[in-house]
Every structure is written in C-alpha cells, then in structure tokens.
Design a protein around this ligand. Sequence first.
Ligand code: SAH
Length: 265
Amino acid sequence: MKSRPSFPAKLITSPPQKLVKPSSPLSWVAAGTAKQQSVVSSAASGLGLDSATVRSTMVKRLAEAGVDDELVLNAMLAVERHKFLDTALANQAYEDTSLPIGFGQTISKPNVVARMIELLRQGKNLRITGKLGRVLEIGTGCGYQAALLSHVSQEVYSIERIKGLYERARENIRPMRLGNLHLLFGDGMQGYPSGAPYAGIIAAAGGDNIPAEWIEQLADGGRLVAPMSVTKGSQSLVVIDKTSAGIQKTVLEPVNFVPLLSGVV
Ligand code: SAH
C-alpha cells in the first residue's frame, strides 16, 4: 500500500468548487471559499500548504498562461493532484513541474496537461453538453490526467503498459468514484478497438510516429493530441484532425515526454 500525504486529512474539505468568471478572463477565482480558506490555511500552516487554495492559485496561473476552456480549468480545480503523488512530493504537487511517479515515469506539468486537454477539446466533436464524447488516453501513469479527462468527457478509457502503475492508478482513482473512467492494463500502441470510435485520443508518451491504429480508431471529426519525435532527439506536440475530407496534421511546440514503448511489463 502506498502511503498517503497526511496533510489533506487535517484539512477542512469542501466539494469541488466552481470557478466564477469575473470581468477579466485573467482573474479566475474559486467561488465562496474565502472564509473556509482562512480556517484551512491556519490548520495547515505547519506545512505551508492548503490544497484547495494552492490549487486555485495554480488554476489562476494556468488561466494567465492562456488556458481559457472553462471545463478544463474547473477540472484542474477539482482534481487533487497531490493525491496522485508520493508523500515526499505532495508539497510540490501544485508547482508547474513534472514529477516522478515511480517505475521511471513522470506526471506531466499541469501546464502541459491543461494545454493538451484544451487542444483535444478544440476538435470538432463536442457534445451539446459541452463535453467530449468517448476519449482514449494512452499512458495512464498515476491516473491524474485520466481523472481530469473524466471531468470533461462522457467516457474515458485509459491504458497503461506497466502493471505496477496501472495498479497504483486504480488505487488512486478508486476513492474518487469516477464512474465514467475505465482503466485498462495493456499495450496502447494498438489503441483500444473495443471503445472505438473516439471523439478524442490523447497520448502521454511519444514515439517516432503516430500508430495507424490510433488514427483508425478516431471518429470522423475526432482529434488526436500526442507528443512525437519530429527530428532526431526532439519531440513536438502533434495534433491530428480526422475529417471525411482526410487527415490534417499540425505540429506545435516542443515537448518532453517519456517514450512510447511496445509490450507490457
Ligand atoms: N498521464 C500520465 C502520465 C504518465 S507518463 C499521468 O497523469 O500520470 C506516460 C505513461 O505512458 C507511462 O506510465 C508509460 O508507462 C506509459 N506508456 C508508454 N508506452 C505505452 C504504451 N505503448 N501503452 C500504454 N502506456 C504506455
């Protein structure tokens, strides 16, 4: 059993807060928390960390950095990143940094995660509810991004090739009761045909190309967001849109993800 950060237990917890959008899009604030926060801050002052407050600061920074999808910002506010990390790293959970999650893998920076989910949601396949339909994630890792995806999509399948991480993600996710999130153990190189077609496919690991199976499993109007080696030794974020007219590929900014590997361990 993985030990848990002890500080959240000392906090006064509140249900996921909704963001209110004030006059300026750059000044997102968590609604109705001022009183709670002062109580919580003093309770947690020994650790200098109050999960809800620090998270809303992180979300404010994300909004300032250009993330403006309300659903994404609300998901980042609701999902407790520190619960996906080892105790020793929990106090860094809301910094914009990638962190080790065991088995030689890392959880991506909040900024990169938010950016990728926002890109995924800018495809053409949003439901009337404003949510994505079915989404496939390749590389569950600790389950953080999968949990975020479950807030902005109707259904999420997330696949991980390392058994130990798959089990850890299940343990992390279980108490969160995310009924629309299905964690799978397997090689995501072939995608997951049983859940196809997908409105969105997102990969947290990068290879030399995008497997053809992923593109096959995208719905018409679906979008894929993944890191990929574009030149030797350098990775970029790639967006693929599938339409009845064909495939459109866009190469965006450089990124630094762990390698996409075949087989399971
Ligand atoms: N989204 C994750 C990031 C994990 S890092 C999080 O929030 O924690 C990327 C993950 O991709 C690693 O756990 C790695 O084991 C996994 N991975 C790499 N190749 C894979 C493959 N072919 N199928 C499934 N998972 C893969």
